[in-house]
Design a protein. Structure first.
Length: 111
């Protein structure tokens, strides 16, 4: 990805958010940055959380800037997909020397 190839690793997450925002604008993608989304439990809203990016009204993108992705980060991102009832997500880590990314699917997605 151009952002990681250009900036490398070592910056705070917000720097990569800003750079990725520029890249998505240049690519003509529709997105919202730091979109606040409701979290439901038994059909009742119990809170909100901001997703780093919500792209093309269907893909949640979560960014990290850590040395290595761990299972807890994957679990957290999948929990967000389930809580938001979003089918697809991406977890992208800019903090390692090589860009890390995982495509996530919500197996509990309800249409």
């Amino acid at each position: 990805m151009y952002v990681h190839a250009t900036l490398g690793n070592g910056f705070q997450e917000v720097i990569y958010q800003r750079a990725l925002e520029i890249e998505m604008e240049l690519a003509g993608l529709a997105f919202q940055r730091e979109m606040e989304m409701p979290i439901y439990f038994r059909d009742e809203q119990i809170g909100t959380r901001r997703v780093d990016f919500f792209v093309e009204d269907e893909i949640m993108v979560e960014l990290k800037a850590i040395i290595e992705l761990e299972n807890v980060h994957l679990s957290q991102a999948i929990n967000y997909l389930e809580a938001y009832n979003i089918k697809t997500g991406l977890l992208i880590n800019f903090g390692s020397t090589s860009l890390q990314f995982k495509r996530l699917l919500n197996k509990k997605h309800r249409s």
